[in-house]
Design a protein around this ligand. Sequence first.
Ligand code: SF4
Length: 379
Amino acid sequence: MMSSPKSSPMEIYVHIPFCIKKCDYCDFLSGPSGPKEQEAYVKALLGEINAVTEGTGRSVSSIFIGGGTPSVLDENFIGDILKTIRTKFSIQADAEITIEVNPGTADDRKLQAYRKYGINRLSIGLQSPDDRELKILGRIHNYDQFLRTYHSARKAGFDNINIDLMSAIPDQTYEGWIRNLRTAAELKPEHISAYSLIIEEGTPFAMRYLNLPDEDTEYEMYEATARILREYGFEQYEISNYAQKDRACRHNIGYWTRQDYLGFGLGAASLYGKERFANTADRKKYQENSTRPELIREKEPTLTTEDEMAEFMFLGLRMIRGIAKADFSDAFGCPIEEIYGNVLEKYEAMGLLREENGRIFLSREGIHVSNSVMSEFLL
Ligand code: SF4
């Protein structure tokens, strides 16, 4: 039966809900703020980290500081957060420690401070090297500012950098996307995340007429992404993620393989053994109660074995290598066919799932309809 042995390493996520301004497509838990608000938030965050009872005595294999835009914070706050985490938890010497950074918010001094704090991976939100597209998205920066951040990061010693790119931007053509991809790949980052734009309810994009690429163009853009990035040495390892050898994001692989993680901060989610819970998204409530984690957590019902099996499948199938049948039987004490025989047979016959060397994974066609394939694993 699957539940994480408490001796296995876990991961930590820290949410910073601040941005200079809201992008027009974004529905993340983030927004503009002043220095006083930032200080109060960090204080509450440190209080929460100090107060949790989970995770003591377990080693931590990765820390991810995400947002929002964590780099809007004064670098000393990031130092305080990491110091508190290190005091409370046992961080592995080779832990992957990532921070998300947006161009225009991280100068040389900040990036050097991050290195000093032990941060060894940067994820930079570029989205597009085309200034016209950046304007359409409502981003705060242009491509030149991104380049300055990228080169400063290299100068500060970061040798593990992700660039976030977005496809299917309004008015974007197939050729435009390919140009964007090549521009980013030529900078030789270690990792590229390429997501297509999703129009989220309640965002300015949802209320505007947008000239979006049609489905066929999106399909072609997606297929070309893996092909072109391969020319530059990137292997696709997940539906939207591409990495140079040994540079896949260990933190995200932890999510997809259901490693335990604790999330700190506003709205941050956790998986701990059979429990999934998330902090409140109400900033006032969070800040007033963060030293009593039980008051800020919204708990989901304890995971049943059926829930864990379903998660094992739909998270694992996000990875291009898919899942190992032996891992399923080790975790749940029965062969995968006993639970999912019919679904596997159906999708293998349709050419959407494939099986090779004891692993089951989505075919290229399967990736394009991954949501409907994965939904069939819910028991
Ligand atoms: S920078 Fe990121 S988190 Fe902030 S508003 Fe833009 S997309 Fe959202």
